[in-house]
Design a protein around this ligand. Structure first.
Ligand SMILES: [Zn+2]
Length: 435
C-alpha cells in the first residue's frame, strides 16, 4: 500500500468549485483552496474537472475462459484509463460465475491486478440456463460478497424463476439485474426491427421484446417487494414503463450504455459488424428518449456493457459476428458529448450517474463517495477542453472492437487515483512497480 502523498492543484471539483486536494494513506486528507504540503507530490490539474472514481455496473472481463479477448488485468487497465475505479464482472464467463469458487477467483484476480476494484456479479441461474437458481447465498457469503446477480447475455425468461430469485435476494438486500429480451420474439434477430432492417434484409429485433420483459419484471418486483435493475435500456417504450414503475414506488433502477446514447441503427447500412450489439442500436427518437431519461433520473446510471471480442469473432459477415462493443476507455467522453455538451447533465450529474448511483445500487463499499476529507481517494480527472482521436490499435483492452475508431471525442481522462495510488498519469497507465 502506498504511503505517497499527492497534492492535486487547481482542479475544479464536480465542475463547480476550484479546490486543491491532498491525498495520503489512500484517503482524501484535505480539500481546500491553495493548499501547500512540502512532502506531497504535486500534480497540476488546473482547469480540469475532478470527479469521484467512476463505477461501472456492467463489464464483461471475459476471464475465466476467454482470455484471448480480455483478462481481469487488461480490463482493469482499460477501466483505469477510462477513469473507472470499480468494475462489475458479468457472470457469463466460462465457467459461469454461478458458484462461490468462481466469484472468489474473479475477485482475487481483481485484487491482484490492483488498478480498480473488481466486484463479481453472480449468475441468477446455474449455467445461465434459466432453470435452477445458482448458489446465490454462497456467493453472497463468499469473500466477494456478491450483491448483484444477473444472467446477462441471457434473459431470465421463466417468470417463476425470476420471482424466486427476486425473493431470495431480499434477505441480504441484493438486486437482480435483468437482460430484458423476450427470447421467442428475438429468435435469429440481428438488429433493431424497423425500416433499416427491412431494407437490409436483416432479421429485426422488435422494441417490444425488451419492453414486454421490463413490464413483467417491474410487476414481479412490486409483487414480491424486491429490487430489480434493468440492464442496458434501449427503447423509448422501456423508458415509459420504468417511469411509470418509479412513480408507483416500485424498487426498480435502470442503466443505459454510452453507445445507446449516441449511435443509431442506420449505422448497420455499412454491414460493418462493429455496430452489431445486444441489445441493438435503435432509432434517433429512442436515443433522444434515453438522454432525456438519464437527465431526469428515470434511468439512474450509465453502464458500459464493455464487451470485448477477438477479431476472429468480429471480423466476419454481419450474420456470423458476435454481439458487443468496447466501452470502458471511451465512456466518459461519450457521456460528455451526449449529455454535458448538450446541457442535459452538469458534472455533478455525471458524478451521480457514473459513480454515486451505481455504487449505491450495487452496495459497493467505499465507492461513489463525496470528494471530501476522509473519503477513500478514488478520483477521476477529466480535461473537458482536450479532444482525442480514438485509435483501435491503441486501446488497452485485448480486443479492438471499438465502434468509435477514428472518432474525435471531447474530454480526455488525464488522471485516475485508485485507493490513493496514481494509476493513470497524464493519460498513461503506470506500471504497478512504478507506483
Ligand atoms: Zn446484456
Amino acid at each position: 500500500m502506498t504511503s505517497k502523498r499527492y497534492l492535486l492543484k487547481g482542479g475544479i471539483i464536480l465542475g463547480v468549485t476550484r479546490s486543491d486536494i491532498l491525498i495520503s494513506d489512500g484517503r482524501i486528507e484535505k480539500v481546500a483552496a491553495d493548499l501547500i504540503d512540502e512532502k506531497a507530490i504535486v500534480v497540476d490539474i488546473s482547469g480540469s474537472v475532478v470527479l469521484p472514481g467512476l463505477v461501472d455496473l456492467h463489464t464483461h472481463l471475459r476471464e475465466p475462459g476467454r482470455e484471448d479477448s480480455e483478462t481481469v488485468l487488461s480490463a482493469s487497465k482499460a477501466g483505469a484509463k477510462g477513469g473507472f475505479t470499480a468494475l462489475s464482472a458479468m457472470a457469463n464467463t466460462s465457467p459461469v460465475a454461478d458458484t462461490a469458487g468462481v466469484v472468489e477467483q474473479v475477485y482475487r484476480l481483481g485484487q491482484e491486478a490492483g488498478y480498480v476494484d473488481v466486484f463479481p456479479i453472480g449468475a441468477v441461474t446455474q449455467g445461465l440456463k434459466g432453470e435452477q437458481l445458482s448458489e446465490i447465498g454462497a456467493m453472497a457469503d463468499s469473500i466477494a460478497q456478491v450483491r448483484v446477480f444477473s444472467d446477462d447475455g441471457n434473459c431470465v425468461f421463466d417468470p417463476l424463476v425470476m420471482r424466486r430469485a427476486l425473493e431470495y435476494i431480499k434477505k441480504f438486500n441484493g438486486v437482480i439485474a435483468q437482460h430484458a429480451q423476450e427470447p421467442r420474439l428475438t429468435v435469429g434477430a440481428q438488429m433493431n426491427e424497423g425500416n433499416i432492417s427491412a431494407k437490409l434484409g436483416l432479421k429485426g429485433w422488435p422494441a417490444i421484446a425488451e419492453e414486454a420483459i421490463i413490464a413483467r419484471d417491474v410487476l414481479l418486483a412490486d409483487h414480491v417487494k424486491s429490487r430489480l435493475h434493468i440492464c442496458h435500456v434501449t427503447t423509448a417504450g422501456g423508458v415509459e414503463i420504468i417511469r411509470w414503475a418509479k412513480a408507483r414506488g416500485i424498487q426498480v433502477s435502470a442503466e443505459v450504455t454510452p453507445h445507446h446514447l449516441l449511435l443509431t441503427d442506420d449505422l448497420a447500412t455499412s454491414y460493418d459488424p462493429i455496430f452489431k450489439v445486444n441489445p441493438p442500436l435503435r432509432t434517433m427518437s429512442d436515443v433522444m428518449a434515453l438522454r432525456e431519461a438519464l437527465s431526469d433520473g428515470t434511468i439512474d446510471i450509465v453502464a458500459t456493457d464493455h464487451a470485448p471480442h477477438s477479431s476472429e469473432t468480429k471480423d466476419c459477415e454481419w450474420q456470423e459476428a458476435s454481439f458487443g462493443m468496447l466501452g470502458l476507455e471511451s465512456a466518459l467522453s461519450i457521456v460528455n458529448k451526449t449529455m454535458v455538451e448538450t446541457g442535459l447533465l452538469d458534472w455533478a450529474g455525471v458524478a451521480d450517474r457514473l459513480s454515486i448511483a451505481p455504487a449505491r445500487i450495487a452496495g459497493y463499499p467505499n465507492h461513489g463517495q463525496t470528494l471530501s476529507a476522509g473519503s477513500p481517494a478514488h478520483i477521476t480527472v477529466i480535461n473537458p477542453t482536450l479532444n482525442w482521436r480514438v485509435d483501435r490499435d491503441l486501446v488497452l483492452s485485448k480486443s479492438r472492437n471499438t465502434p468509435y475508431h477514428g472518432y474525435e471525442l471531447p474530454g480526455l481522462v488525464t488522471h485516475t487515483f485508485f485507493r490513493g495510488e496514481h494509476v493513470l498519469k497524464d493519460s498513461q497507465i503506470l506500471d504497478k512497480a512504478a507506483i
